[in-house]
Every structure is written in structure tokens, then in C-alpha cells.
Design a protein around this ligand. Structure first.
Ligand SMILES: CC(C)(COP(=O)(O)OP(=O)(O)OC[C@H]1O[C@@H](n2cnc3c(N)ncnc32)[C@H](O)[C@@H]1OP(=O)(O)O)[C@@H](O)C(=O)NCCC(=O)NCCS
Length: 185
């Protein structure tokens, strides 16, 4: 059975990063990240254009945590945890399959420094060991080469291509799915 109780919120640490809960005081950072056109290019969600939009996003993230439906972390500078580079977490759980969908994004100012590859290791460890996941799935837009690179380097395996899986802003979108199983032993 999955352990979806995230109270108290699990703070995670890596060499350069601190992963903590996103709170209302982070609204400006969340607006910059979720409002950035480049960062949102392959993420079929409305862009956060105002701090009110960002507060709406934060409320959604908070509800997900409280209801055990999702868990997202602010990816922060370990030296200054007020500085948020991006957001990452399990955006959906499938308890019957002991599976979760992982998602991640950084503000473009922080791309190319290996932050998501570093954070994903801590988030996976938490997923497999504390949530008791057996499988982590990632869904990407096939045009999102940067995201695919992160997954392949991190030993995710291609699972399937779903053509025209959804429509967003009048565009029919394909999805590629990648999976990583809990390693035995
Ligand atoms: C995908 C993403 C999370 C990668 O995170 P990251 O921490 O930058 O990962 P890496 O540092 O390993 O860089 C991955 C690749 O991004 C590319 N990249 C880095 N900086 C870049 C830049 N400024 N512009 C374009 N591409 C860049 C590089 O090709 C790099 O691959 P390389 O190591 O072979 O050169 C990040 O690009 C991002 O947030 N993208 C927007 C949100 C998104 O699409 N999320 C995934 C949804 S499924």
C-alpha cells in the first residue's frame, strides 16, 4: 500500500539543493517559473501570469499534499532556501498499481547545471522507500529533448507513445511515456 501521508512535510537535501514545501510567500518565484513561456513550452497547463494565478497554483499544490493526491517540492538553493530554481514532484498517484507520475520544471536561468538530475535522485529515493512506489512514470511531449535526456541518463526506459492523447489550446498533443522500476536488493 502507498504511504500518502505527507504530514510533516518531508524536506529533502542533496549536495547543492534543498527540497521543501512551496508556500504562499513563494508566489513571486512561482509566477516567474509557471509564467515563463520557455519553461512552459511543453507543459500543457495555463501560464501563471499574476501573483493571484501563482497563489492558485500554490493552493492546488498544498491541497494535493494535504489530500495525499500529489506531492511537489520547491527546488531551492541549499545556501539560500528562499531562492527557488524550480518545482518537482509526484503529480499523480495510482495506488492500485503502486505507481506515480513524476514531473519537474526549472526556470530557464537554472537550466543545464544538472539540478533536476540531482533532485530526481532524492525524489525517487523518497518515492521508492517512503511512499513505497514500485514504478515511477514520466510523460513528456516528444519535442521535449531536454526532458528526454534527463530521463534516459537517469535510466528510465521508453514505454509507449500515445498519439493525440490530449488537446491543449487547440493543439492535439502526443505523449511519450518513460518508466523506472524500483530496483530489487
Ligand atoms: C527538462 C529540464 C527539467 C532539464 O533540467 P536541467 O536541470 O536543466 O537538466 P540538465 O542540466 O541535465 O540539462 C539537460 C539538457 O538541457 C539542455 N540545456 C541546458 N541548458 C539549456 C539552455 N539554456 N537552453 C536550451 N537547452 C539547454 C542541454 O542540452 C542539456 O543536455 P546536455 O547535458 O546534453 O547538454 C529543464 O530543461 C526544464 O525545466 N525545462 C522546462 C520544463 C519542462 O519541460 N519540464 C519537463 C516536463 S515533462
Amino acid at each position: 500500500m502507498l504511504n500518502l501521508n505527507f504530514n510533516p512535510f518531508p524536506v529533502l537535501r542533496t549536495q547543492r539543493l534543498l527540497l521543501r514545501q512551496v508556500v504562499e510567500a513563494d508566489a513571486l518565484y512561482v509566477m516567474k517559473i509557471r509564467g515563463n513561456e520557455e519553461a512552459m513550452r511543453y507543459i500543457p497547463r495555463p501560464r501563471a501570469k499574476t501573483t493571484e494565478d501563482a497563489l492558485g497554483v500554490i493552493a492546488m499544490l498544498t491541497n494535493g499534499i494535504n489530500e495525499g493526491k500529489s506531492i511537489n517540492w520547491a527546488i531551492c538553493n541549499a545556501q539560500d532556501p528562499n531562492e527557488i530554481y524550480g518545482i518537482m514532484g509526484y503529480v499523480n498517484f495510482y495506488p492500485q498499481e503502486l505507481k506515480a507520475e513524476i514531473g519537474y520544471m526549472l526556470h530557464p536561468d537554472y537550466w543545464g547545471q544538472g539540478y533536476v538530475p540531482e533532485a530526481i535522485i532524492a525524489v525517487e529515493k523518497f518515492g521508492f522507500e517512503s511512499i513505497h512506489l514500485e514504478l515511477i512514470e514520466a510523460k513528456i511531449d516528444p519535442r521535449n529533448d531536454n526532458s528526454r535526456k534527463v530521463l534516459l541518463r537517469n535510466h528510465y526506459q521508453f514505454d509507449r507513445l500515445m498519439q493525440k492523447e490530449m488537446t491543449f489550446e487547440n493543439e492535439e498533443l502526443d505523449s511519450e511515456y518513460y518508466v523506472k522500476k524500483k530496483s530489487v536488493g
